[in-house]
Design a protein around this ligand. Structure first.
Ligand SMILES: NC(=O)c1ccc[n+]([C@@H]2O[C@H](COP(=O)([O-])OP(=O)(O)OC[C@H]3O[C@@H](n4cnc5c(N)ncnc54)[C@H](O)[C@@H]3O)[C@@H](O)[C@H]2O)c1
Length: 432
């Protein structure tokens, strides 16, 4: 603890030596770098994308939560982004925020974590803190990152340098909670490693929560996302049978949510999206399978949530049928196609699966989304309806997939001849 505390508390070293090196400047790394700069630390960012680095140094942000004006201020305060390892200097803290995409066997692809760890090893010196923030299965920090750091540096984790895991809890587009006021979980290889990580994040976050070790910190992240995944699947499954039973599930959830304890509301929808919920629980299920048995909750949730786009298309066909129209040849307007309300992020959006199903059933699909200037599914562009009023009036069926705040729902309800509402946001549309 003392080394990192002293290093971060002391006056800055040579200009070329940053307090903090953030490796990977994406959705996780750039906001972290921004908060570290705001906290008065000297920050360098390393990324393998030259285009991204050039953009940042020119004051352009590629992440909606960090405006370009803030990147300009960061650069003005001394923040440097680089693709050149030799230009980094000797950081006191190295935070790894590189991607961990899903492999065909549903484990995380750790190639970027390995590459970043090997680079961190070359920059390591005594007293440095290394933190992994990339989401992965429990044991990665100790079993994958540690050996690479030790072999590449000749130093020992927990003895010569500090090593910890700290899960990222970024909620894109959340205006109320950011890095500063979201409690930060840290878990080190040893208690001293946890202390070192707590000292560092204590500068960036109002509250630091210490896990028993890196493994518990890794598991905390997967527990949070698995909890959401399973509970969304629960209401999605209920939505299917409530429709047949003639029960308004949205109203039932509204009533249940008035209970001041023991219940948290989750809502059905056209499927799950984004980088975390559809992907992270797989890492845990992958790890559990190495024990010889499945993680049944996750696999069931995957199956139920994965079926929702198909179910949504079936309901669209049923609704058209009620109006004596076939889905084949019907003009369908999809409203809101990003994975999250008010976010421009298209990653893993279930809207893509909806389009695939609609195409195979012969529907003529167009979309309107103020946050998506263009959209392709499987390399084929989906027609963008720029004129919302004309699109609403001309469609046989309008389906609300994402209820962005910018949508004027009463106007949409007035103009759409048939409205299917998968978000329970309208007052007169047919709800999922
Ligand atoms: N996006 C989120 O909301 C979120 C939330 C919590 C956790 N996470 C996790 O954080 C990690 C990073 O996710 P992200 O969304 O920031 O990814 P991202 O794709 O937005 O950014 C990752 C960046 O890392 C760079 N990169 C790849 N390999 C590199 C390497 N070897 N060295 C340096 N840079 C490298 C890429 O060029 C990219 O700019 C993932 O493990 C993810 O699961 C993401």
């Amino acid at each position: 603890m003392t080394a990192v505390a002293a290093a971060l508390g002391s006056s800055p070293g040579p200009v070329s030596d940053p307090d903090v090196l953030v490796v990977g400047l994406g959705y996780v790394g750039l906001p972290l770098a921004a908060e570290a700069v705001r906290s008065g630390l000297a920050v360098t960012g390393y990324d393998i994308s030259q285009q991204l680095v050039d953009g940042l140094m020119a004051g352009h942000s590629h992440i909606s939560d960090v405006p370009s004006s803030e990147v300009t201020l960061m650069v003005g305060s001394g923040f440097r982004a680089t693709t050149d390892e030799a230009a980094i200097g000797s950081p006191r803290v190295i935070v790894i925020c590189v991607p961990t995409p899903l492999q065909p066997d549903y484990g995380p692809d750790l190639a970027a974590v390995r590459a970043a760890s090997a680079m961190a090893a070359r920059l390591l010196r005594s007293g440095v803190l290394v933190v992994l923030e990339s989401t992965t299965y429990p044991g990665t920090t100790e079993d994958v990152v540690r050996p690479l750091l030790e072999a590449g540096s000749g130093l020992r984790a927990g003895q010569d340098f500090f090593l910890a895991f700290s899960p990222e809890r970024i909620d894109p587009c959340n205006r109320d909670f950011g890095i500063r006021n979201t409690p930060k979980v840290v878990g080190g290889l040893t208690p001293a490693c946890t202390d070192a990580a707590a000292v560092f994040y204590g500068k960036l976050c109002d509250q630091v929560v210490r896990a028993a070790s890196a493994r518990e910190a890794e598991m905390a992240k997967l527990l949070e996302n698995t909890y959401r995944h399973v509970n969304i699947a629960l209401v999605n499954e209920m939505a299917v049978f409530c429709h047949e039973l003639g029960v308004d599930l949205w109203d039932a959830i509204r009533c249940a949510a008035t209970k001041p304890f023991g219940f948290q509301a989750f809502y059905p929808g056209p499927g799950i999206g984004g980088h975390c919920i559809p992907i992270d629980p797989n890492y845990l299920s992958y790890k559990v399978r190495t024990l010889g048995y499945p993680f049944r909750f996750v696999e069931l949730a995957q199956e139920i949530n994965g079926r929702m786009p198909s179910y949504v298309v079936d309901r669209m066909a049923e609704l058209l049928n009620r109006h004596a129209k076939p889905l084949n040849g019907a003009r369908i307007l999809l409203l809101g196609v990003t994975y999250k309300k008010d976010s421009p992020d298209m990653r893993e959006s279930p809207a893509a699966a909806v389009v695939r199903k609609l195409r195979t059933r012969g529907a003529l699909v167009s979309f309107h989304d103020p946050l998506a200037p263009q959209w392709s599914v499987d390399g084929i562009e989906v027609a963008r309806e720029d004129d919302l009023q004309a699109g609403l009036s001309g469609a046989d069926l309008v389906t609300l997939l994402q209820a962005h705040s910018a949508f004027d729902l009463p106007e949409i309800e007035r103009l759409a001849s048939v409205l299917f509402d998968t978000r329970g946001a309208s007052s007169s549309g047919e709800r999922l």
